[in-house]
Ligand binder design. Structure first.
Ligand code: 2IT
Length: 445
C-alpha cells in the first residue's frame, strides 16, 4: 500500500469530505508498515476495499411539527463493514450531519467494534434534524417518520443502530416503538433501549464508565493514582455524564463541562447534584451550559471558549469531532497535562495528536477510550438473544474486562522503542488486523 497514492485517489473520488478523509488517513498511516508485511492484504486490496462503505442509504424524512408546519429532513444509514459481525453503530441527530461525518464515524466504528472483542461490524447513521428547542411531541413525530424509512434496512442480525449525539433513551424509545409496529416483532434491533423493553443495565453509563476504566489503566501503568487529579471534561451530554460520575467515584475532581455556548469552570469540583443538573440542562433541549453558573455558587461561565485553556491534570474531550485543536493541545502541554483520553469520536485534530505524541504526553484515541459504549450495546444484544437480563454488576464486570483487553491490545501494537505507548497506532493496528484478516479469509465480496 502506498498511502499517498491511496489518499490522492480517495480525495479525487470524494472531494471535500474532510472528516472522512481525515479518519481514513489516520488509520492508513498507522497500519502502513504492518500492512506491507502481509502480502495477502495487498493481494486482496484490503486497503482499497476497507476505506469504502459497503453501502449507503439516503432518504427523505417528512414530518409535521407542533405548529402544523411540514418539515423535511434528510436521513442516512452508512453500512460500512460487516466482515466480523452485523453492522452496528449509532444514529446522530444534529444539524451538522452530512455524509462526510457519517462516513468518518462508520469507518471509525468498524475498528472500534473490532477492538471490543465482540462480533460487531461498523455502521453509522442519522439526520440533519436539529433537536434544539423541539418539544417532546416534535421529537416523537420525527423519530417515527425516520423509522418509517429506516426499518427495512435494519434487523437484529443485519444492522443494529443505537444512539449518538442527539439520540438518547427517549429517541431510542420512539424509534423502537415504530420499528416494532412496522416489523411486527420484538427484537434486539436497537440498543440503548429502556429497561422496560429489553435495555441493558449500565448501557446509559457505559461510554463514560468505560472511558474512565481505560483512563485509570493508562495512569496506573505510569504509577499514577487518579484520586485527587483534576479532570477537565468538555460536553454535557450522556458521555460527559457517565465520565463525570465514574471520575468522581474514583476520587478525581471534575472541574469543567462545556456546551456550544462556552464552558463552566467549577474549581470545587462536580458532585452528584451538579452531575444530575448537567443532565437536566441536556434534556431541556436548549444546548447551553451557562445556567449552571447561576445555579451553583463558586462556578463561573466562560462564554465562547473551550475548557482546554484551564490548568488540569487530565483532559477528557466528550463533545464532538475535532473539538481539541493544535493550539489547545499546546496550551494543555504547557500547563503540564498528564493525560488526554479522547472520549468523543476523533475529538482531537491530527495536529493536536501530533503535538501530544511529539511531547510524549499520554494520549489515547476515541476508538479505544469510548469503545465501552458500543461494547455494552453488544452485551445488550447478547442479553436480548438469550432473553435474559444480567445484573448491573455482571454487565459492569464484563465492561471492565473489555476495557482491559482493549488497553492490552493498544500496548501490544503501540509500544514504541523508548517505552512510550502510541495508543493511536496501537488501537488502529489492533482494530484493523482483525477486520483485514476476516476479509482475506472470506474472499472478495
Ligand atoms: O460512537 C459510538 O460508539 C456510539 N455512538 C455507540 C454505538 C452503539 O452501537 O452503541
Amino acid at each position: 500500500m502506498n498511502v499517498t497514492q491511496l489518499m490522492n485517489d480517495l480525495e479525487a473520488r470524494h472531494p471535500g469530505e474532510a472528516e472522512y478523509l481525515q479518519a481514513v488517513r489516520e488509520v492508513l498511516v498507522s497500519v502502513e508498515d504492518i500492512y506491507n508485511q502481509h502480502p495477502q492484504f495487498e493481494a486482496n486490496k484490503i486497503a482499497e476495499r476497507i476505506v469504502e462503505p459497503d453501502r449507503i442509504f439516503t432518504f427523505k424524512v417528512p414530518w409535521v411539527d407542533d405548529r402544523g408546519q411540514v418539515q423535511v429532513n434528510l436521513g442516512y444509514r452508512v453500512q460500512y463493514n460487516n466482515a466480523i459481525g452485523p453492522y452496528k453503530g449509532g444514529l446522530r441527530f444534529h444539524p451538522s450531519v452530512n455524509l462526510s461525518i457519517l462516513k468518518f464515524l462508520g469507518f471509525e466504528q468498524t475498528f472500534k467494534n473490532s477492538l471490543t472483542t465482540l462480533p460487531m461490524g461498523g455502521a453509522k447513521g442519522g439526520s440533519d434534524f436539529n433537536p434544539k428547542g423541539k418539544s417532546d411531541a416534535d421529537i416523537m413525530r420525527f423519530c417515527q417518520a425516520f423509522m418509517v424509512e429506516l426499518w427495512r434496512y435494519i434487523g437484529p442480525e443485519t444492522d443494529v443502530p443505537a444512539g449518538d449525539i442527539g439520540v438518547g433513551a427517549r429517541e431510542i424509545g420512539y424509534l423502537y416503538g415504530m420499528y416494532r409496529k412496522l416489523a411486527r416483532e420484538n427484537t434486539g434491533v436497537l440498543t440503548g433501549k429502556g429497561m422496560t423493553y429489553g435495555g441493558s443495565l449500565i448501557r446509559p453509563e457505559a461510554t463514560g464508565f468505560g472511558a474512565v476504566y481505560f483512563l485509570r489503566r493508562m495512569l496506573e501503568r505510569q504509577g499514577i493514582d487518579i484520586k485527587g487529579k483534576r479532570v477537565s471534561i468538555s460536553g454535557f451530554g450522556n458521555v460527559a455524564w457517565g465520565a463525570a460520575l465514574k471520575a468522581v467515584e474514583f476520587g478525581a475532581k471534575v472541574i469543567t463541562i462545556s456546551g456550544p455556548d462556552g464552558y463552566i469552570l467549577d474549581s470545587a469540583g462536580l458532585d452528584a447534584e451538579k452531575i444530575a443538573y448537567m443532565l437536566e440542562l441536556r434534556t431541556s433541549n436548549n444546548d447551553v451550559v451557562a445556567p449552571y453558573a447561576g445555579r451553583f455558587a463558586g462556578s463561573k461561565f466562560v462564554a465562547g471558549r473551550r475548557p482546554w485553556e484551564v490548568e488540569t491534570d487530565i483532559a477528557l474531550p466528550c463533545a464532538t469531532q475535532n473539538e481539541l485543536g493544535e493550539a489547545d493541545a499546546k496550551q494543555l502541554i504547557a500547563n503540564k497535562v498528564t493525560c488526554v483520553a479522547e472520549v468523543s469520536n476523533m475529538g482531537c485534530t491530527p495536529e493536536a495528536i501530533e503535538a501530544f505524541i511529539h511531547s510524549r504526553t499520554m494520549y489515547a484515541p476515541g476508538k479505544a477510550v469510548n469503545a465501552g459504549g458500543v461494547a455494552t450495546s453488544g452485551l445488550e444484544m447478547t442479553q436480548n438473544s438469550m432473553k435474559i437480563n444480567w445484573t448491573a454488576a455482571e454487565v459492569d464486570a464484563k465492561l471492565q474486562q473489555i476495557m482491559e483487553s482493549i488497553h492490552g491490545a493498544c500496548l501490544e501494537f503501540g509500544t514504541e522503542k523508548d517505552g512510550y505507548v502510541n495508543y493511536m497506532k496501537g488501537a488502529n493496528i489492533a482494530g484493523f488486523m482483525k477486520v483485514a484478516r476476516s476479509m482475506v479469509e472470506q474472499g472478495i465480496l
